[in-house]
Design a binder for this molecule. Structure first.
Ligand code: C2E
Ligand code: MG
Ligand code: MG
Ligand code: MG
Length: 285
């Protein structure tokens, strides 16, 4: 590594390669720490679910929450899922971690119900986890252990699972039989075709936040968002926009037929205590 860095440094004309060696080692170090740390994180209770409200744009009432995983590393501090989920996927740790997420979400729904809060949780599921043999069993068992009606749990998958169309069709159909709704997360960023989309028993399309963030300043993105909403409605999908940060964005979405959304405008993902306060304030029934 040091040799490679030195070589790179020389090639790019720097006579001081110290910086490169140093930075390279640091990145490598962090990767190793994350990889090793992930193996112990579950056991050491280092994960926590945060919750972001999903709201009815017009009334601003909370219709559900999305569970977003947080990892508090003892040495590195809070690490973003954008950084550790890919590592969990390549090491296979995503299976036990994903299982924990489902179990934790279901326990939370149950707990909330016991204090009069009836709200659904949308949990993110990695493609690897989704294709795991035991996945349906896990969902089925966790729901029945907690005596939960399936309508309180929703699953978010990304377009990558749509590549294995036959396998995905079977899994989504089974989920559908149990009564679980499935959303396509980050819609529009992958390579799924319209024909694939319309042939899968998916319930909800989540418009990716990159589009929401660009649509007020970029005419092409605005058309794209309008088209997704129109197509989604015609195909009878539910629609929800993510990453809403301004009233202007919310208005644009409403005017074009998207009624649900989430984003910093309403609330960032927060701890369960904080989301409880928000839910209590609203008296969710
Ligand atoms: P995602 O499921 O598409 O979640 C949306 C991300 O956008 C979240 O990032 C959220 O905090 C962020 N976000 C929400 N509102 C806004 C906004 O108004 N503006 C901006 N700029 N960002 C906003 P987060 O929590 O860092 O999660 C990142 C990704 O990590 C998620 O994207 C999801 O793909 C993945 N992830 C999170 N939790 C889990 C999990 O339990 N399992 C799996 N497999 N993946 C997860
Ligand atoms: Mg999501
Ligand atoms: Mg998303
Ligand atoms: Mg996204």
């Amino acid at each position: 590594n040091a040799y490679k860095a030195m070589h790179l440094a020389q090639k790019s004309g720097y006579n001081n390669y110290q910086f490169f060696v140093h930075e390279d080692d640091k990145i490598h170090d962090r990767k190793i720490k994350i990889e090793h740390g992930l193996k112990k994180a579950l056991h050491n209770n280092e994960f926590e679910l945060y919750y972001q409200p999903q709201v009815h744009l017009k009334s601003k009432r909370i219709v559900g929450v999305e569970a977003l995983l947080r990892w508090k590393h003892p040495e590195l501090g809070t690490i973003s899922p954008y950084e550790f989920i890919p590592v969990a996927e390549t090491t296979g740790m995503i299976i036990p971690i994903g299982k924990w997420v489902i179990q934790e979400a279901c326990k939370q729904i149950k707990l909330w119900q016991s204090i009069g809060i009836r709200i659904k949780i949308a949990a993110n599921v990695s493609a690897l986890q989704f294709e795991d043999q035991q996945f349906i069993e896990l969902i089925d068992e966790t729901l029945s252990q907690n005596l939960l009606p399936s309508k309180y749990l929703e699953l978010e998958i990304t377009e990558s699972v749509m590549q294995k169309i036959n396998q995905s069709f079977a899994i989504i159909s089974k989920l559908k039989n149990i009564g679980i709704k499935v959303s396509i997360d980050d819609f529009g960023t992958g390579y799924s075709s319209l024909s694939v989309l319309s042939s899968l028993p998916i319930d909800v399309i989540k418009i990716d936040k990159s589009f929401v963030q660009k649509m007020m300043t970029n005419a092409n993105t605005a058309s794209l968002v309008k088209t997704i909403i129109e197509m989604g409605s015609n195909l009878n999908f539910g629609l929800i926009a993510e990453g809403i940060e301004t009233e202007e964005q919310a208005n644009f979405l409403m005017q074009n037929g998207c009624q649900l959304g989430q984003g910093f405008l309403y609330s960032p993902p927060v701890t369960k205590e904080e989301i409880e306060k928000l839910l209590h304030k609203e008296n969710v029934i």
